[in-house]
Design a protein around this ligand. Structure first.
Ligand code: 1HN
Length: 351
């Protein structure tokens, strides 16, 4: 009999022998599977609009909206290149449509939001109703609804797309179809969804038109902006968030989309916020004003100075702090509804 092999060799032989049988020892990976705290591969990043816009306009010369289907530059997290993801669960991109163009009708199980960044007069149509886009509007394309975009006005229109693409990919639950028509048939006048559901009252008898998604598919900036300014006048400014509101589904009081939470906040002039961290990584679009976000994780710290139409991402469990000299308005979205549905949403307010 040979002397017993040293422990390491015994183990390595075991791993080699079972490898072809698709077996892996848990004890070698356990620590990484259940880390003591969230350990995202994502990093903070800022996309300055003055740097991105020339590429968008060049894309406008390089390809039509029709040929591209959607003419979008994807905002990819620097550590997730090639994955069409800004966080592990969320997709973000900047879409351009030029006067006279149509982005053809299709539908998919992935839900989408639009936040209008530049220009007015393009429209998006959702299941028979069009809505005109204006800067700061938050527009929803619910899962599996036909949608197309068009532009009959004068200037380029750019918006932020936020989708749950990586999440749906994770669940292998993506379906998509192209419409027979380039632009869908309009069956209701513009403003119908807002008229029925947008006034803190809802029709006594109705079927929710979009399942778990809000029946309001356009939340105009005019209203959100006024709400923020009123809040600033009438309520104490939160030391972490400034004046921050969440958008609601008027039928449930919950989030407007089942997978994505959306927020609009105002930091008053001179705001110097306290730091926080939370498990839902978030994407920000700067609607107005300037400021700075300081983000840290472990030994690393990022200082991102933002201006109007810039975009930035705060990954999961990164400590962040917002400041603004001039005052600013920030739109943001995250995957918080899913964290909450799973009972795992965690937030820490630090100081
Ligand atoms: C999509 O349908 C749109 O409808 C935008 O505007 C971005 C990214 C991936 C897949 C589908 C749109 C998208 C998308």
């Amino acid at each position: 009999m040979n002397a017993p092999l040293p422990t390491r060799q015994i183990r390595e032989q075991l791993y080699r022998d079972m490898e072809p049988h698709n077996l892996t020892p848990l004890w070698e990976v356990l620590h990484a599977l259940v880390p003591p705290r969230p350990n995202t591969p994502c990093v903070p990043a800022l996309w300055r609009y003055e740097e991105v816009r020339p590429f968008l306009m060049r894309a406008g010369e390089a390809i039509t909206a029709e040929e591209a289907v959607r003419r979008v530059l994807i905002l990819e997290n620097p550590k997730l290149r090639g994955q069409s993801a800004i966080t592990q669960s969320l997709y973000a991109g900047l879409q351009l449509i030029l006067p006279g163009e149509v982005a053809p009708s299709h539908r998919h199980t992935q839900g989408a939001l639009r936040f209008i960044v530049e220009g007015s007069g393009a429209y998006t149509a959702v299941d028979g109703e069009r809505t005109t886009m204006r800067p700061g509007d938050f527009i929803i394309t619910p899962s599996w609804t036909w949608h197309d975009h068009g532009h009959e006005a004068e200037e380029p229109v750019v918006w932020l797309d936020g989708l749950d693409i990586p999440m749906i990919r994770f669940f292998d639950a993506g379906f998509a179809q192209n419409d027979a028509a380039r632009s869908q048939q309009v069956t209701r006048p513009e403003g119908t969804s807002f008229a029925r559901y947008g006034h803190n009252m809802v029709p006594v008898r109705h079927d929710p038109p979009f399942g778990q998604t809000s029946p309001i598919f356009s939340y105009p900036y005019e209203r959100s902006r006024e709400a923020l300014h009123e809040l600033e006048r009438h309520a104490p400014v939160d030391a972490w968030d400034g004046c921050k509101l969440r958008y609601v589904n008027p039928l449930t009081g919950g989030w407007p989309m089942p997978t994505i939470a959306t927020f609009m906040q105002r930091l008053p002039a001179g705001f110097a916020g306290q730091p926080w961290r939370q498990t839902d990584g978030a994407v920000y679009s700067v609607a107005e004003g300037e400021g700075e976000v300081e983000i840290s994780a472990g030994e690393q710290t990022w200082h991102l100075r933002f201006r109007p139409r810039d975009h930035f991402v705060i990954p999961s469990w990164h400590t962040a702090r917002l400041t603004s000299g001039t005052g600013c308005v920030l739109f943001s979205f995250s995957d918080r509804p899913v964290h909450q549905a799973l009972g795992i949403h965690t937030e820490e307010r630090l100081s």
